[in-house]
Design a protein around this ligand. Structure first.
Ligand code: COA
Length: 260
C-alpha cells in the first residue's frame, strides 16, 4: 500500500468516492469533477492510498480560507475516507490506512508552511466520527449541533478555527412548494441528494419550484452560512446519509397536497 498524490489515472474513482461499483454514485452527476477542476487552482490537496493498483483510501484538504470554516493559515480536511464496503474492492478499514493518510496530509501541510489542520466529525459513533480524530491528537474547538470542529496546531501562533453558522433559511413562497438545494460540489453524497431532489421536484411541474443554490462561491456561502443542505418549504430534510429518491418525492408530494 502506498500513499501518493492524485493522478489522472485515478481521478474517475476519486470523483466516485472510490465506489466505482455503486449504481447510486452514477446518480450524483458531475458536480465533484466540476468542483475539483475549480478547487485545484484554489489550493486543494488530495492524497490517495493505492494497494495493488486499487484506490482504497483518500483524504482531501483545502486552505481554510477557501472552506466552510472560519480561520486562517490552516488547512481544513473536508473528507477522509477509507473504502469500507464489501462491494467493489472490499473493506480496507482498520488496517492503518486512515492513519497513514492523515500523517501524509499533516506532513504535506507542514511542508506548505500551514500552521495546523482543522477537521470535522460528528459526536455519534458512526459516519465520520469526531472521536477518531481525537485519538489522533486533534482537539475539539467548536460545535454546531452534532458537528464537531477539531484541530491540531503546528505552531504557537496558530489561531483556532470556528464554524460558520447558518445565517438564514430559504423562505416559503405563495402558491407553490419550494424545494431548495444548497450544493458546494465537494461531496458526492450531497451531490446525489441535489440530483434526486431536482428530479423529484420536476415530477410535480408548476406546483413545485426547484431552487439550486451553488455555495462554491464563498460570498454566496457566507450569505447563508449553509454549505450543503436540502429544504422543502423552509424545513430542512436530513441528508446524511442521503435519503432515497422515493423518500424525497414523498416529502414533496405531502406539501403539494396541502396546496389544494
Ligand atoms: C475514519 C476512517 C478514515 C479511519 O480509517 P481506517 O483506515 O479504518 O483507520 P485506521 O486503521 O488507521 O484506524 C482505525 C482503527 O483501526 C485500528 N487498526 C489500525 N491498524 C490495524 C490493524 N492492522 N489491525 C487491527 N486494527 C488496526 C487502529 O488502532 C484504529 O483504532 P482507533 O480508531 O481506536 O484508533 C475510516 O473509518 C472511514 O473512512 N470512516 C468513514 C468516514 C466517512 O464517512 N468519511 C466520509 C465523510 S465526508
Amino acid at each position: 500500500m502506498e500513499i501518493t498524490g492524485i493522478s489522472e489515472k485515478y481521478l474517475k474513482t476519486y470523483f466516485n468516492c472510490l465506489e466505482d461499483w455503486s449504481e447510486e454514485m452514477k446518480e450524483a452527476g458531475n458536480h465533484k469533477e466540476v468542483w475539483y477542476s475549480k478547487m485545484k487552482d484554489k489550493g486543494l490537496r488530495v492524497k490517495i492510498a493505492v494497494d495493488d493498483d486499487k484506490v482504497c483510501g483518500m483524504i482531501q484538504y483545502v486552505p481554510i480560507e477557501n472552506s466552510v470554516v472560519q480561520g486562517s493559515d490552516l488547512y481544513f480536511i473536508t473528507c477522509i475516507w477509507v473504502h469500507g464496503y464489501k462491494q467493489g474492492i472490499g473493506n480496507y478499514q482498520k488496517r492503518g490506512i486512515g492513519t497513514a493518510l492523515l500523517n501524509a496530509a499533516e506532513k504535506d501541510v507542514k511542508s506548505l508552511k500551514g500552521k495546523g489542520i482543522a477537521a470535522w466529525g460528528i459526536s455519534l459513533p458512526f459516519w465520520m466520527k469526531a472521536s477518531w480524530f481525537k485519538r489522533k491528537g486533534y482537539k475539539k474547538v467548536d460545535k454546531d449541533g452534532l458537528s464537531i470542529l477539531l484541530w491540531k496546531p503546528f505552531s504557537d501562533d496558530a489561531m483556532p478555527p470556528k464554524w460558520i453558522k447558518e445565517k438564514k433559511k430559504p423562505e416559503k413562497i405563495a402558491g407553490k412548494v419550494r424545494v431548495t438545494s444548497f450544493i458546494n460540489g465537494w461531496c458526492p453524497a450531497q451531490n446525489l441528494v441535489n440530483e434526486r431532489a431536482k428530479r423529484a421536484a420536476a415530477e410535480f411541474g408548476e406546483n413545485v419550484e426547484f431552487q439550486e443554490i451553488s455555495t462554491f462561491d464563498r460570498e454566496t456561502f457566507l450569505a447563508w452560512g449553509i454549505s450543503d443542505a436540502l429544504f422543502i418549504d423552509g424545513k430542512q430534510v436530513r441528508t446524511g446519509p442521503p435519503p432515497s429518491y422515493q423518500k424525497i418525492r414523498k416529502k414533496i408530494a405531502r406539501r403539494v397536497k396541502k396546496l389544494k
